[in-house]
Design a protein around this ligand. Structure first.
Ligand code: PLP
Length: 454
């Protein structure tokens, strides 16, 4: 039986009624990615108020790696609900907070003593990483990257690259922030990957320290090991390694923002583990909480201990239900089946998408790591000219036919997959069939002839 069931126009009448109430009650700045209101979700599927059933290739923007309502996670949350809901860890301790910190200290890459504390969102984790790095180094500058996304708080936005819709109109931003290419500029990316090597990156960073900001003023470099919102870009080979050694040489805190890449998405618990790097601080959020809000800052003990007592924390950070859920998530990953599944799903996607690329010359790139995979669209035969219209058409078509997909990329020309890793082979291939039809639909609608037809 197919997982997808679409029985009304979208939005159906019930979703439509709530959409109208939403428009009246909620500011338009809180973007409505779809016109759908949800009733329930399980595994990799969800149902809307009108009884339409969808396959979820979005996972609440990468938060549901262990599946919607993962039984182990739900049971852990239930046990916590029956005990207590909130005390504030800065007021009274509770076991799950410490236990979860111990687990993250052990599981994150890097064989050195570590410490962890918790906040509520990825953006807050970013804020705190900068505070800690500044406190530890006594320096203020932060280096970040083109196409980066680090959240919607003021420091998060200052470090984020994309202007519209994230930054425009919200400045002034934090000072002493310096943005450099993610190894290579985005327009050049599809053309020159092979020519870059360690010597090139070393020279590039030397030039940054000479022309942009002096190394001895830099507190932190913050980088996503694979760009998330920026379009699922894997950095050029060797770039992260050169960055890591350069940071170590200059006493700069190397921060890996694993908010989107973390918790199994890339086929290892942390993407950093797939590179020869040892970040000083690692930030996790999204899928860490299995659907509840939770973020962690984990790092070298001596760096994490730089701020004095009271300098870190927050009322709700590491709330008991979220910590219980995260311990459930970690148990779920313990036997390795979800990591194996992430790699299988990523490979299945790649095989299908590479075949599509042979057929359609408006597919500029198929890329990713593990299950963090994406397709970039360009003008036909011109990989450096973005084609946002194609990505949009495919996303719209897919939703109409029961598959929730997300876009990405500074030029909005990427579709990415962030499905729960518990999706079955049947469900995944059903979703891929819909995307395949969406490609044909977009090609016809936009006059993007298949290259084989030319
Ligand atoms: N960092 C990265 C890499 C992200 O992808 C995101 C969110 O998409 C954030 C930070 C911000 O996380 P949050 O939305 O939980 O504040």
């Amino acid at each position: 039986m197919p997982a997808i069931k679409i029985q009304t126009e979208l939005p159906g009448p019930k979703s439509k009624a709530w959409l109208d109430r939403r428009a009246a009650a909620i500011p338009r700045g809180v973007y409505a990615g779809t016109p759908i209101f949800i009733r329930s979700a399980q595994g990799a599927t969800f149902e809307d108020l009108d009884g339409n059933r969808f396959l979820d290739l979005c996972g609440g923007i990468g938060c549901i790696n262990v599946g919607h309502r993962n039984p182990r996670v739900v049971a852990a949350i239930r046990r916590q609900l029956d005990a207590f809901l909130h005390m504030c860890f800065q007021v009274t301790g509770y076991e799950s907070y410490v236990e979860l910190a111990e687990k993250l200290n052990q599981l994150t890459p890097g064989n050195f003593p570590k410490k962890t504390f918790f906040v509520n969102s990825g953006a807050e984790a970013v804020e705190n990483a900068v505070k800690i790095a500044r406190s530890h180094t006594g320096r203020s500058a932060v280096i970040c990257f083109e196409d980066a996304f680090h959240g919607r708080t003021m420091m998060g936005l200052s470090l984020t690259s994309k202007t519209h819709p994230y930054k425009a109109g919200f400045g002034p931003f934090a000072s002493d922030i310096y943005r450099i290419p993610y190894g290579v500029t985005s327009r050049a990316r599809n053309r020159c990957g092979a020519t870059l090597d360690a010597a090139y990156f070393e020279r590039m960073l030397e030039d940054v320290f000479r022309q942009v900001v002096a190394a001895e003023q830099v507190a932190a470099v913050i980088i996503e090991p694979v760009l998330g919102e920026g379009g699922f870009v894997v950095p050029p080979a060797g770039f992260l390694e050169v960055l890591d050694t350069t940071c170590k040489r200059h006493g700069i805190v190397f921060v890996a923002d694993e908010v989107q890449t973390g918790f199994g998405r890339t086929g290892t618990l942390f993407a950093s583990a797939q590179f020869a790097i040892e970040p000083d601080l690692i930030l996790t959020a999204k899928s860490l909480g299995g659907g509840l809000p939770l973020a962690a800052i984990t790092g070298r003990a001596e760096i994490m201990d730089a701020p004095g007592p009271g300098g870190l924390g927050g009322t709700f950070g590491g709330n008991p239900a979220s910590c219980a859920a995260a311990l459930g998530v970690i148990e779920e990953f313990a036997d390795g089946h979800l990591l194996r599944r992430a790699n299988e799903l990523g490979e299945q996607f790649r095989q299908r998408a590479l075949a599509w690329q042979k057929e359609y010359d408006f597919i500029a790139d198929v890329r990713g790591l593990g299950a963090m995979q994406a397709i970039e669209f360009s003008q036909p035969g011109n990989p450096s000219e973005p084609n946002a219209a194609a990505a949009k058409k495919i996303i719209q078509y897919s939703l109409k036919h029961g598959v929730l997909l997300l876009g990405a990329g500074t030029h909005d020309n990427v579709i990415r997959i962030l499905m729960p890793l518990v999706i079955s082979d049947e469900e995944f291939s059903e979703a891929m069939d819909v995307i395949e039809n969406g490609l044909a639909y977009a090609a016809a609608e936009l006059g993007l002839l298949a290259s084989s037809a030319k």
